[in-house]
Design a protein around this ligand. Structure first.
Ligand code: NAG
Ligand code: NAG
Length: 764
């Protein structure tokens, strides 16, 4: 878990959709979420605002809170806004006032915002299905319905499922086809809740049962239910207070992970169906609070892997699925600074291993019965990072990164009984855009078909089946974009900006070629993240067309701290080099201005979560450079949060930001932490969002940032705060209600740029 911008996603019908049966190494997919915004009580402010007199912003009261360390005194007048119970009436009232003020300021353009919402929603094909995944005797897929916020999890029997799969297979759907069966309908489940999200959906190996993890609040604390896949009848009692890390160990047992009081995944449990949760046996307890547990299944379905990881160290245990009572065995030992991820095929475990020396990872194999007899299959390469691997009975697929782009290399493996000593003849998959995004997708282990998802800034999310024998690839699904979208009208490109130290920073760009002039007069939205080695690869977002089709240039700055250029890219943007993340972003903005993609007067910026820290930091450093900024669930109170081990993620992230209980880090974090660096100066227009139940970045960070900024800033630009009172880190949970966030963001940006037509009407 980390301060993540968006859940990992596959889109169908415009919904951020969680892949059904998550492929093992892509499993850290945390979810989506949210809920209905509570209508603010301050109607009077909203009513006032439609007249010429602008409403006055809420002013948070000041209560002096002194914090002292290393002889340094900080006074936080808004510390009281942090309320762990999330029930303090004074705090809730302040948040409601902020929401009402935002509504009041935006009320004059509400009609336009509603039109943007309708425009965005109008691009979605509301009734749709995901690419069916062949698994055993069924096709599994998710279905969305006209007007419904959530998905249905479905399956359909495959008439002759023993026939070998082909990339040309299609799921039969005619009147003679076996009927569709809805295993679980989120729309029904969600009725009782403001927020509803399923974080894991796991079919038992014999396809008879389904275990799923449900969050009804947005706080990412789940309840696991087991149901009969056919009758939907509950099986046993639910498991409560657990994470969404969940796997079957055979047909009669589940393995899951629970969290400690700071929501750190610390214990892994074995649950026998039918027994009481209180009787479950704890397989491992990670007591070190810098570490969190992770759980994956091998593609071969023979092993579960339980990993304990910090930001720089990762070690793995295995559990044989057929003998869960044997418990865990060490696969890779705990060695400080060594990070391993593993998988299995035949007589071998495959180990991806990273160290300071081999920073971009090497790939090893070892016999299952002797994990110390390792052989190097792919040696370390300074220019190519091994990101992930996926195993098949005859193939090894390696997801790599080179020069800022994802790559897929495929190797044919020797017969299963033969020794594994080396690999030869990598085959590379070719992609169609100059910059793009590729993600692993669940595939069938026993087949020769690799399924992956693909997207670019102009290519909607696509699912391909690639025949690893013939090299043929077949598009199985591409998200439908209604409303006359034509990808050939959009240009996407890569540029490189020089950072202050000369490092070349990649930028991905997209625009509508008939609308932009590229003479410095076009508006731009520049997006950034730059933390946790996360790669913010350029992918498609249909709602973004509402900006592109109004002549915006959209760009992503792939700044240091992210993983786009390999491990060192990350290392050079963390700890005592964190400020590279911010200065890289500023360098990208200046480059884009110099190259006439935009001007300061029309440059808008956006970041979420740790990307919200980026936005807060660059606003303090260069408030003159931007016209408007959007900071979503921003991690802006870095120093105070990282000094407080009772806040979730603090302890596990001392290896990310540094431990400010050490003087050097204290003063370094203080030098950029956005709340600590707000100044009496002019700032651009700013929109800040938060979710009350967010457990990754507390809502109070955003609230404190806004309250203090209001008090200090010297300009009359907009400063708006929207706190979802019924949601967590990923905003609302419904696919349409979530679009309201985009509509608000775009209306805010267009308002700041004075681009809202006086008629108040949208495109054309
Ligand atoms: C708990 O385990 C004990 C011993 O294995 C068993 O006798 C008992 O029935 C179990 N209780 C429940 C509620 O599963
Ligand atoms: C396991 O492999 C190591 C390293 O090759 C070797 O020294 C050891 O003898 C092997 N152990 C067994 C039980 O084969």
């Amino acid at each position: 878990m980390y301060r993540q911008p968006f859940p990992r996603r596959l889109y169908i019908g415009g919904i951020l959709y969680l892949p059904l049966l998550l492929f093992s190494t892509a499993n850290r997919i945390i979810a989506v979420h949210p809920k209905i915004s509570i209508s603010p009580s301050g109607q009077s402010i909203a009513a006032m605002s439609s007249q010429s007199q602008p409403p006055s912003p809420p002013l948070a009261k000041k209560v002096k809170h002194k914090m002292e360390l290393f002889g340094d005194v900080r006074v936080d007048n808004y510390y009281w806004l942090r309320d762990d119970s999330r029930k303090n009436p004074q705090v809730i009232s302040y948040l409601q006032q902020e929401n009402a003020y935002t509504e009041a300021i935006m009320s004059g353009t509400k009609k336009f915002e509603d039109e943007i919402y309708a425009e965005i929603r109008g691009r979605i094909k509301e009734d749709d299905i995901s690419a069916p995944l062949r698994k055993g005797p069924y096709y599994y897929y998710a279905r969305t319905l006209e007007g419904k916020e959530y998905v249905q999890y479905c399956r359909r029997p495959i008439p002759n499922h023993d026939a070998p799969p082909s990339v040309h297979d299609t799921m039969p759907t005619g009147p003679d086809a076996p009927p569709e069966h809805v295993i679980l309908d989120e729309n029904v489940k969600a009725q009782e809740y403001d927020f509803y999200r399923i974080g894991a959906f796991k079919v038992s190996p014999n396809h008879k049962l389904v275990a799923y993890a449900e969050d009804t609040k947005g706080d990412e604390i789940y309840t696991v239910y087991v149901i009969d896949a056919e009758t939907r009848a509950p099986v046993g009692k639910p498991l409560v207070g657990v994470t969404s890390y969940l796997q079957w160990a055979g047909n009669e047992a589940l393995v899951y992970i629970t969290m400690d009081e700071i929501l750190r995944p610390d214990k892994v449990w074995l649950h026998k169906l039918g027994s009481d949760q209180s009787n479950d046996s704890c397989l491992y307890h990670e007591k070190d609070d810098m570490f969190s547990l992770d759980l994956q299944a091998s593609e071969s379905e023979k092993f579960l892997f339980i990993a304990s990881e910090s930001k720089i160290t990762r070690f793995v245990f295995y559990l044989e699925v057929s003998k869960p009572e044997d418990g865990l065995r060490v696969l890779t030992p705990r060695i400080n600074g060594i990070d391993t991820s593993v998988s299995h095929r035949g007589n071998h475990f495959f180990i991806q291993r990273r160290s300071d020396e081999f920073f971009n990872s090497e790939l090893l194999a070892c016999p299952v019965d002797n994990t110390s007899a390792t052989t190097i299959l792919i040696p370390h390469r300074a220019s190519v990072k091994i990101q992930d691997i996926q195993l098949f009975s005859d193939h090894l697929v390696v997801y790599e990164r080179e020069q800022g782009l994802p790559k897929i290399s495929i190797y044919r493996l020797p017969a299963i009984e033969e020794p594994l000593t080396s690999l030869q003849g990598a085959q590379a998959v070719q992609f169609i855009d100059p910059v793009y995004s590729v993600d692993p997708s669940e595939s069938q282990f026993s087949s020769t078909i690799l399924r992956f998802s693909y997207s670019s800034l102009r290519t909607p999310p696509s699912v391909y089946d690639y025949d690893m024998i013939t090299g043929e690839s077949v598009l199985k699904k591409i998200e439908t974009v209604l409303g006359g979208f034509d990808a050939s009208n959009y240009v996407t490109e890569r540029k490189w900006a020089a950072a202050s130290d000369g490092t070349q920073i990649p930028i991905s760009i997209v625009y509508q070629k008939n609308l932009v002039k590229l003479d410095g007069s076009d508006p731009m939205l520049l997006y950034g993240y730059g933390s946790y080695e996360v790669c913010v690869d350029p992918d498609f977002k249909a709602s973004r067309l509402s900006l592109l089709d109004r002549g915006f240039v959209f760009a992503i700055a792939h700044i240091r701290g992210g993983g786009e250029m390999g491990r060192q890219w990350y290392e050079n943007g963390k700890f005592l080099k964190k400020k590279n993340t911010f200065t890289d972003f500023i360098a990208c903005a200046e480059f884009l201005i110099e190259k006439k993609y935009c001007s300061k007067e029309k440059l808008c910026i956006e970041g979420r979560s740790a990307g919200g820290l980026l936005i807060g930091a660059v606003l303090n450093m260069r408030p003159d450079l931007f016209k408007a900024a959007v900071a979503g669930v921003p991690f802006v109170d870095v120093l105070t949060t990282m000094l407080d081990p009772t806040i979730p993620l603090t302890t596990s992230e001392w290896e990310e930001w540094g431990d400010p209980r050490k003087e050097e880090f204290y003063f370094y974090l203080k030098s950029y932490s956005p709340v600590d660096n707000l100044k009496a100066q002019n700032y651009p227009n700013i929109l800040v969002t938060a979710g009350l139940h967010d457990s990754r970045v507390m809502y109070s960070e955003a609230a404190k940032f806004v309250a203090k900024l209001r008090d200090m800033k010297t300009d009359d630009n907009m400063l708006l705060f929207k706190c979802e009172l019924g949601a967590g880190h990923f905003s609302k949970s419904g696919r349409f209600e979530r679009l309201q966030d985009d509509a608000l963001t775009y209306a805010f940006i267009l308002k700041a740029l004075n681009m809202i037509p006086t008629s108040g009407s949208a495109l054309n």
